[in-house]
Design a protein around this ligand. Structure first.
Ligand code: HEM
Ligand SMILES: *[C@@H]1O[C@H](CO)[C@@H](O)[C@H](O)[C@H]1NC(C)=O
Ligand SMILES: *[C@@H]1O[C@H](CO)[C@@H](O)[C@H](O)[C@H]1NC(C)=O
Length: 448
């Protein structure tokens, strides 16, 4: 790849990257603070509903699960979408294989849709996520661009699914694409660096919400309640919660990815977000003797059908930011969230404008490296975001608006220190992690 060429292409966008939006910022902050207060009031009123089901029912989890297991539902499926296809057999990862926080990418590697060693490049990921789950290529392009920028290798356009070479980079890297408040991973700080193993206590929480769902499904509503409770927990117990735009977006949309991608069939068009499909895909296996969830390698269940239509950036962000995020607003990182001005265009354009702030993280600040990475990213995202109907303005790129206090500890430039770095390697399976809420760094996340 010739970077001088990319650099030239993206020069106009880069030249206008820093004019700032200082004038409207304080106004916007005041507005957002009021919005947050309003949300919190609303939430307090809704609290009994949201908080009651979990906790009291944990003892009965065995029954809960046998009830959920039986709910296969009457899924409408398209035969040709049966996955895996022939010759994509499941094989558990070996000790040298890289696996991390993304269950879908882990699964695709376990089935050979991605290199089984977990060292992947952008083209492979865009193809595999479309073929395996029908992710729209606009969405996979955006995700991979940020993964490469923040956690990967710009020259090979590649990254590790878990921990990078010598522990540097990889999707495990915190506060870049990997974020706090994930569906079933603990926050980096409270997990003592373990932000990538499936957390038993979070799965228990999620399953209890599904149990109370009228159709016993992992619906948007179930995932929104699960999100709201985890966000409350992080606000109360994670002093380094730093929820800035890109990871925030990934964390929020990951909740709606559960029904949208892991359902049997097309969710919203006859697909069913049942226990059997979802638990197998995320590698959660109920352990009768302990009443906990063991983390096993991600795999497709028998007779599983992927969604029939692509699910891309516009739908994903719309659903994430209208159905999930409003249940518990964390931080006004994306300025329009919680305001009547939210549209998918504004959120996507915020992503586009965030490029300049994410970029310096990875590359240790070397100016030449940084500009070549930014140039590459803008040239790839431009056709999707700027040159389409979305028409993001490149004249307002401003990291200062989007990343207040980005150097604060816990922020993207200064990840929180954790007491141990023993928990940052690739995933180790067939264990139970986090039986209880980690209210302070829990440095021995696994038992047995
Ligand atoms: C296209 C490239 C992709 C990249 C770079 C990527 C990256 C990531 C990362 C870094 C995380 C951790 C986020 C966090 O800490 O909250 C994550 C989580 C997640 N990803 Fe992906 N992902 C990709 C594709 C997909 C696809 C295709 C799906 C669904 C089919 C998916 C579903 C999820 C889910 C559900 C989670 C949340 C896991 C949990 O906590 O339960 N991802 N992904
Ligand atoms: C998916 O739906 C089909 C058709 O209803 C059904 O035969 C199959 O058992 C379901 N698979 C799972 C994993 O729920
Ligand atoms: C929302 O848009 C209106 C009209 O364009 C504008 O007056 C207002 O300041 C905007 N609010 C925020 C929070 O951006």
């Amino acid at each position: 790849m010739k970077f001088s060429q990319w650099t030239l292409l993206a020069l106009p966008a880069m030249a206008t990257a820093f004019p700032g939006m200082a004038g409207s910022r304080s106004q916007m902050e005041a507005y957002l603070r009021a919005e947050i207060e309003r949300e919190q009031l609303q939430k307090r009123e809704a609290e009994p509903q949201i908080l009651n089901p979990v906790g009291t029912l944990l003892g009965a989890l065995g029954n809960t699960i046998s009830g959920l297991l039986n709910s296969v539902g009457q899924a409408i499926v398209v035969k040709s979408n049966l996955r895996p296809e022939p010759n994509f057999e499941f094989r558990a990862p070996g000790s040298g294989d890289s696996r991390g926080p993304c269950p879908a990418l882990n699964l695709l590697a376990n089935h050979g849709y991605l290199p089984r060693n977990g060292y992947v490049n952008q083209g492979q990921v865009i193809e595999a996520t479309a073929r395996g789950f029908n992710m729209g290529t606009d969405l996979s392009t955006i995700l991979t661009v940020f993964a490469i920028l923040s956690s990967g290798d710009i020259d090979g356009l590649s990254f590790y699914l878990g921990s990078g070479k010598n522990g540097i980079g990889g999707l495990n890297r915190h506060s870049t694409v990997e974020a706090d408040i994930s569906p079933n991973r603990e926050d980096y700080y409270n997990g003592c660096g373990d932000n990538h193993h499936l957390s038993s206590r979070l799965v228990k929480q999620m399953v209890n919400f599904a149990k109370d769902d009228p159709k016993k499904e992992f619906s948007f509503d179930v995932m929104a309640k699960h999100y709201a409770k985890h966000a409350d927990f992080s606000k109360a117990n994670n002093p380094f919660l730093y929820y800035f735009p890109f990871p925030q977006i990934v964390s929020v949309v990951a909740f709606n990815f559960y029904p949208a991608f892991f359902s049997n069939g097309t969710y919203g068009a006859g697909g069913v977000a049942n226990y059997k499909s979802i638990m197998s895909i995320i590698g959660a296996e109920y352990d009768q003797s302990s009443g906990e969830f063991k983390y096993v390698p991600e795999r497709w269940p028998e007779n599983w059908y992927r969604r029939a239509t692509p699910y891309g950036a516009v739908q994903g962000l719309t659903e994430g930011f209208t159905l999930i995020y409003p249940r518990n607003i964390v931080v006004p990182g994306v300025p329009q969230i919680g305001t009547p001005n939210l549209s998918v265009q504004t959120v996507l354009c915020d992503i586009y404008q965030g490029i300049n702030s994410v970029t310096p993280l990875i590359l240790g600040g070397a100016l030449e490296q940084t500009s070549k990475a930014a140039a590459w990213a803008l040239s790839v995202l431009d056709p999707i975001l700027s040159k389409t109907a979305l028409g993001c303005p490149d004249s307002v790129l401003s990291p200062n608006l989007l990343f207040p206090q980005s150097t604060r500890e816990g922020g993207p430039q200064t990840p929180p220190r954790v007491p141990s770095d023993a928990n940052t390697g690739n995933n180790v399976y067939n264990k139970i992690y986090f039986r209880n809420d980690p209210r302070s760094p829990q440095c021995n996340p696994s038992s047995n």
